[in-house]
Design a protein around this ligand. Sequence first.
Ligand SMILES: [Zn+2]
Ligand SMILES: [Zn+2]
Length: 399
Amino acid sequence: MPNLVEQANALQGKLVEWRRHLHQNPEVSMELPETAAFVKERLEEMGYEPAYVAGTGVVALAGRKKPGKCFLLRADMDALPILEDTDLEYKSVNGRMHACGHDFHTTMLLGAAKLLKEHEDEIEGTVKLMFQPAEETLKGAKAMIDAGILENPRVDAAMMIHVGAGIPNLSTGLIIVPDSGTCTAASDWFEIHINGKGGHGAMPEMTVDPLNVAAHTHIALQEINSREISAADSAVVTVGMMSGGTTSNVIPDTAVLNGTIRTFDEKVRQFVLKRVVEISEGTAKAFRAETKADIIIGCPSAICDQKASDDVRNSLREVFGPAVPDPAMLGMMKMNGSEDFSFVTQLVPSVFVMVSAGSVEEGYQYPMHHPKATFNETALSRGAAVYAVAALGWLSKNK
Ligand SMILES: [Zn+2]
Ligand SMILES: [Zn+2]
């Protein structure tokens, strides 16, 4: 498959053009009408018959000329509601930003679509291309699964790419395929509404101070990690927002805490979700207030399949050699971020691939999700080739 890499490199100019268009016009959550239409048009130009799935998701099929299994390649297409603060000539024009590199993923999968069309006679089965909305809000993958993306034809294995930028020592073009097991965190949210009884700041005895309850609740939630979770397990309980009150001498009626929970093990996850509610309600009761703690379920951990990951890593090594290092050496086995591709990993053997798009040493010092984050575009053709090589390789190894 070496000529695939040359063909991908020849596409680089086109990929940069597509990526810059997407970067300049980001859309968020499930509302990606322009992005989805752009993807669909590019696929039609290549000779595909793409269809919308779950609103602004797009699916297309390659291959089906030789018998074989079905391998799914997934790219997410959504951006973040943050104001871009880079000096790029193609910076976002609409107040939203592709700060997580999903414009890269979309472009890479379009590039792979082009490569796979050129090699369609060699595909031993089917490659299903999945362009999904709403990864950042953890809704898109589930919506596409509910709409049948894993059926007709039934998907036998799946793979996603996420770029990595702003990470030390991870130079552009490195390809990391984590080993089997949990590779991203489960992500859930909580909203704690504390109802006290407001009044004059000079007479706290006449009130039930919800800010006092909020402070105690914040501290009490830290005990989950320090006193109730084994050292062998891990969890994060972060309160990212505390709000209540309007001025210095008034005790308000209410206060609100908003936070996020990250876990890697389903049992730990269920335990933490339960304890956040119990501790919030118990703390409020201790101080004569009332609390309603709402848990908002996000997504589970992504589980990488051992055999599928080994197959894909081996196929990539055959083509990219030393650019595919041992994941353990890089400490990239588990990532604290979450990924709604996890809903796919629960249903079919799945592979997670990271392609580096600019290290700190190369001048990409801002982490992803930062308004100044930038990405190295030379990773575009690399990513397109990685998608295509992985799909052709897995199908040929699993006839
Ligand atoms: Zn993100
Ligand atoms: Zn992302």
